[in-house]
Design a protein around this ligand. Sequence first.
Ligand code: B12
Ligand code: SF4
Ligand code: SF4
Length: 231
Amino acid sequence: MDTEIFREILLNEGASVVGFGSVTEALDSDREMGHLARAVSIGLCANLREDNLKELRRLQTRAVKMLKEAGYRILSIPPDSDRVNGKFVSRLYPRLTHKIAATCAGIGWIGRNGLLVSSHFGPRLSLATVLTDAPLVVDAPIRESLCGECTLCRDHCPSDAITGRDWSRSDPFPVLIQADLCRSHKGKTKRTDGKPNCGLCITICPFGRNGKTAEPVANPRAKERKVHHGS
Ligand code: B12
Ligand code: SF4
Ligand code: SF4
């Protein structure tokens, strides 16, 4: 399978960005998933509304079909993996989250807002992942934050969930985000009642705002389609 043709097909079909990563470091000695050492990380510049979710699932299905037809094994992690109950993948996805796959695939870093931030799209990407044993040529991983001195998300978070610490691969998630505070804020105000979390930490981020790239893409091999799909 030609890696670049595979990427190009997914971009042409509507993905905003596609990266390929080695996830060996994240899986370590994981017996159940260790053989699926490559991740296809697919980003769509849109929030996870039902219609965008459908679109992301379609792109993921396309990737799965191509890999299977070429004779490779896959494990598809759905974008809404938190809603999948009782299946094999519901037990496995917390061990290899979409954000881990995306940094390994050179799409972006983890911002102070705890989200995957790409130079071009900022934190506005919704993510899906396919793990595979296909020998894809991988992109260079991103291991460090490019947030610099910015603290906008921390300063504007209405629940004080964002600690303001810089991301490090070895730190657990609560070092960046107190998820309970973020969760409990949901429903407190009319604006977020019954809807997903407020998402202010997305809209405030200068990266990708108004389709503007704050910095060139850190990984020159990770290709992005510079078309937005709403947000
Ligand atoms: C549980 C969950 C939540 C919980 C808890 C937050 C959390 N832990 O992410 C709550 C309800 C609070 C939440 C809120 C939101 N969420 Co949410 N959530 C998830 C979910 C289902 C699982 C995340 C999880 O298990 N995390 C566990 C921790 C341990 O891992 P992590 O999140 O990956 O973060 C660490 C690793 O990535 C690590 N890391 C990164 N690279 C590497 C590489 C290596 C080698 C290693 C070892 C580690 C490592 O660094 C991070 C910090 O420690 C994912 C979908 C999924 N299956 O991934 C969506 C997801 C993370 N959420 C998402 C979004 C958009 C939101 C909200 C904006 C809600 C909204 N309006 O849609 C808010 C934002 C809150 C915030 N600032 O983080 C998107 C993020 C997209 C992006 N660009 O990052 C996801 C990926 C859904 C998707 N399919 O797109 N969420
Ligand atoms: S979604 Fe809202 S409450 Fe949660 S971390 Fe982001 S800004 Fe804070
Ligand atoms: S708002 Fe600033 S600190 Fe927060 S994720 Fe974006 S660049 Fe990083």
